[in-house]
Design a protein around this ligand. Structure first.
Ligand SMILES: Cc1ncc(COP(=O)(O)O)c(C=O)c1O
Length: 399
């Protein structure tokens, strides 16, 4: 059997070899603390009442296939949401709902990218974007995000990475794995580059409601209406329902370009009939329920408490530095490998798993080239997180 050549570079270190090894250790009786995926329900986060009620009361309404783009009421509420975030000239026609951002990411990359096309993605990068580019047969080019500048995209690196074949530029803001929130100034510079080079911007904003420390998220598409921008969003994280699969994309920009993209997406969407209709029913209520998400981020909210506990404990460890995340629930610390006789981020993650039964994803799993980082998912309860970070410190000290 010869499988597609496009699979050659596809990788998922979030559920790859280390994860498989963790499952093996569990089979042998060990308990593994899995800090490898941003899956709130796995750490006791419950779904909002608003969503539970709608699922129970309206399930019968979701038995048939619906519009290939998604139910109209859901798309209207999504368009309202993005208008509130400052997007102009958009309507429900510009929205496509899918089974998670993952599915609409596949759709937009399939619509745009063929064998000779290049996509600019950040390094570090959540692997969804690189993998779909590989699957489409396209080429990934990385631009650097600058740790010394709070992980903001390095605009010069973007400029240097553009070629005649570059078609799209992916932004992940707020970012996974760094938890960075991009400044308006940098977004404006990037939009200008896209404008001059005729690039489509794909702005993955799935964490836009999960912003900490009273900071504010700026949606890229709110800053320009003459550049084609595809904004990605969904309910997996803000409403802790990853498993229910609910995400969407919203196209903004000049009408002529939008029409071409809409037509392409309609072709792709029709191939798979429609996305899970039950989940579309919850969208209008969920988008009105901002209190649920805000409660996780406020003074006694779990996400803030857990982030602060993690950073307090990390501060006690010699040889680990980090940029405090401004959003989401990830931290991307750097380890002084030489100090501890470790060969690489992967060596660190493997040994940590074997010795302390803690599973983290090495930075190389996010295409971070220096091999010195790892990602922590700050979703367990405060005490469990404190214990885990203390264990990381002990693991290093004993080397
Ligand atoms: C940046 C980013 N985009 C997209 C996704 C996928 O989200 P969904 O559950 O909506 O497919 C994730 C999931 O972790 C993510 O971190």
């Amino acid at each position: 059997m010869i499988v597609s050549n496009n699979l050659k570079n596809v990788h998922s270190d979030l559920r790859g070899n280390l994860y498989m090894h963790a499952l093996e250790l569990e089979k042998q009786g060990g308990k593994i603390l899995k800090l490898n995926t941003g899956n709130p329900a796995a750490f006791g986060f419950k779904m909002p009442e608003s969503i539970r009620d709608r699922i129970v009361s309206d399930a019968e309404k979701a038995l048939g296939y619906c519009d290939i783009r998604g139910r109209e009421d859901a798309r209207e509420s999504i368009a309202d949401y993005h208008r509130l975030n400052g997007l102009k000239n958009i309507s429900e026609e510009d929205i496509f709902i899918g089974n998670g951002v993952s599915e609409v990411a596949y759709m937009i990359i399939t619509a745009l990218i063929g064998k000779t096309d290049e996509v600019l993605v950040p390094s570090p990068c959540y692997s969804l974007w690189t993998n779909f580019t590989f699957l489409a047969g396209g080429t990934v080019r990385y631009y650097q995000c600058d740790e010394s500048n709070a992980w903001q995209p390095d605009v010069n690196s973007i400029k240097k990475s553009i070629t005649k074949r570059t078609k799209a530029l992916v932004l992940i803001n707020p970012n996974n794995p760094t938890g960075a929130l991009y400044s308006k100034e940098i977004l404006l510079e990037i939009i200008d580059i896209a404008r001059k080079n005729n690039l489509v911007i794909i702005s993955d904003e799935i964490y836009d409601r999960l912003v900490l420390d009273e900071k504010e998220h700026v949606s890229t598409a709110a800053l320009a209406d003459d550049v084609t921008i595809v904004t990605m969003n969904g309910l997996s994280k803000s409403h802790c329902i990853c498993g229910l699969r609910c995400g969407w994309l919203c196209i903004s920009g000049l009408e002529k370009e939008k029409r071409v993209l809409r037509d392409a997406l309609i072709k792709i969407a029709s191939v798979r009939l429609c996305s899970n209709a039950l989940m579309q029913l919850v969208i209008p209520d969920a988008l009105k329920d901002s209190a649920y998400t805000k409660n996780m981020l406020g003074q006694d909210g779990r996400l803030l408490t857990q982030r602060n506990a993690t950073t307090e404990e990390l501060d006690k460890i010699d040889g680990i530095s980090y940029v405090k995340n401004s959003a989401a629930f990830y931290l991307f610390p750097k380890i002084e490998l030489e100090k501890y006789g470790l060969e690489s981020d992967r060596d660190f993650a493997e040994q940590l798993l074997n010795q302390k039964h803690i599973l983290v994803v090495p930075g190389s799993g996010f295409s971070c080239a220096d091999n010195k980082h790892f990602r922590i998912v700050m979703l367990p309860e405060e005490n469990e997180l404190r214990r885990a970070v203390k264990d990381i410190g002990e693991f290093l000290r004993k080397r």
